[in-house]
Design a protein around this ligand. Structure first.
Ligand code: SF4
Ligand code: SF4
Length: 424
């Protein structure tokens, strides 16, 4: 007898799919595999079949669910409004429950990624590895090839900043001018440790345009990696903690410069909708979240910069900005107000770069294929910079640029804005 494996999938949401296939041309995994089971429509059909006990839990089922990048391009292009991301996260959570627990994965998600201090210690060790010259030796010898996952992880490592941002900021950073907004800043794990300089610039820009910025140092991971990997209970615990942390202050908005964090934080309202104590708090919290580009363009109405940047720029849409938060106009408009900067549109700008959280480690060959498509398009623009609003995409595209030995520089949109506002 078949075992019912997905009890939690909401049937009404599954039945919303009308099989039209409009999502299919937008799906990178379908473009790669050209089979229905690697398409959103095919995955939904599989989910429906297991939810109705028509299909048993198989390795293949799990494989096609794991092959999905969770880029949510399908969701963005679905006329029926199917919540594909939510359905996939529930499915993965159920798969995770049924299979043998990976001690390493559980350690990373439940111990390291629930405490930014632990992550900072690991990054500090990596900093020593890099600065001591050991990295150069290791890369030259190719010794890590004997442990392929480690080699794949190591090659993505970017030059690390001298310290994390938390150590160099106050909990409340005041504006030099009149306060227009009281905002919170959600300091993401990767931004704090690997892109500290960029987040420092984000805070400086916020202060410059009249924000008093509250930056709680005991903030916890947004929970995005936990959602993707099916660790929904840990994700909920993190959400409750962050909600309490920010809602104790009277804030107009809560800003993030990490698209992945922004999506997770905006979705706390769905994550906790059945939690009687937190559903209302989560709704209020999520309503205050703004990506930095969204805030600067729509709320602060930033329209002028001070300094020319005489260069060409193109822009890559992070999935977690365009597909989940529907933010695509704002970062482009901000780039276009910089005088001297020529904007060039990127072909398939909204196609996933293959980073997709841990996908670049769990599915390295596929990830490289998506990256290759992305890098070819970036190179074809002839731009000097590719601006990006998400650290995961930045790390991946920086790797692609290094691998192909290209001159173009991958930067966060904020990096260019800070230069143009003379705030470096
Ligand atoms: S576009 Fe939406 S309704 Fe149409 S097949 Fe895809 S998921 Fe189903
Ligand atoms: S989330 Fe992305 S990879 Fe997954 S089915 Fe949808 S479009 Fe395809």
């Amino acid at each position: 007898m078949n075992e019912k494996i997905i009890e939690l999938l909401p049937e009404d949401k599954l039945l919303q799919c009308m099989h039209c296939g409009f999502c299919i041309p937008h799906c990178p995994t379908y473009k790669n595999y050209k089979i229905e089971t690697a398409s959103p429509r095919g995955r939904l059909a599989l989910m429906r079949a297991v939810a109705k006990n028509e299909l048993s839990f198989t390795k293949n089922f799990s494989k096609y669910m794991r092959l999905c990048l969770l880029c949510r391009a399908c969701e963005d292009n679905c006329p029926a409004g199917v919540s594909f991301g939510l359905l996939m996260e529930i499915t993965r959570a159920e798969i995770e429950k049924k299979k043998k627990k990976s001690i390493l994965k559980s350690f990373i998600l439940n111990i390291i990624l629930t405490d930014q201090n632990k992550l900072e210690k690991i990054i500090a060790l990596l900093r020593i590895y890099q600065k001591s010259g050991l990295q150069k030796i290791i890369r030259k010898t190719g010794i890590l090839k004997i442990i392929p996952p480690l080699e794949k992880l190591e090659r993505l490592l970017i030059p690390l900043p001298v310290s994390s941002l938390k150590k160099n900021i106050k909990e409340i950073e005041k504006s030099g001018s009149n306060t227009r907004f009281k905002v919170g800043f959600f300091l993401g794990c990767v931004m704090n440790t690997m892109f500290a300089d960029t987040s420092r610039k984000t805070i400086t820009i916020l202060k410059e345009i009249g924000c008093e910025v509250y930056i709680p140092k005991n903030v916890k991971c947004c929970g995005a990696p936990h959602g993707v990997e099916g660790y929904r209970e840990t994700q909920k615990k993190l959400a409750r903690f962050n909600i309490d942390l920010f809602l104790k202050k009277e804030l107009d908005f809560i800003i993030t410069d990490c698209a992945g964090c922004g999506t997770a934080l905006k979705e706390y309202k769905h994550l906790l909708e059945d939690d009687p104590e937190y559903s209302e708090k989560a709704r209020i919290f999520s309503s205050k979240i703004k990506d930095i580009s969204e805030f600067l363009w729509n709320e602060a109405k930033l329209r002028n910069t001070k300094k020319n940047i005489n260069a060409k720029v193109t822009y890559h849409d992070a999935c977690h900005l365009i597909h989940t938060q529907k933010i695509s106009k704002e970062p482009r408009e901000l780039l276009k107000i910089i005088s001297g900067l020529e904007y060039i549109e990127l072909e398939d700008a909204d196609m996933c770069c293959g980073s997709a959280g841990s996908y670049c480690i769990t599915h390295p060959d596929d990830s490289i294929k998506y990256l290759k498509w992305k890098i070819e398009n970036i190179n074809n623009t002839g731009a000097d910079f590719v601006a990006i609003g998400n650290p995961g995409c930045l790390i991946q595209i920086m790797y692609g640029i290094r691998k192909e030995n290209l001159k173009i520089k991958a930067v966060h949109t904020v990096d260019l804005l800070a230069t143009a506002l003379n705030l470096e």
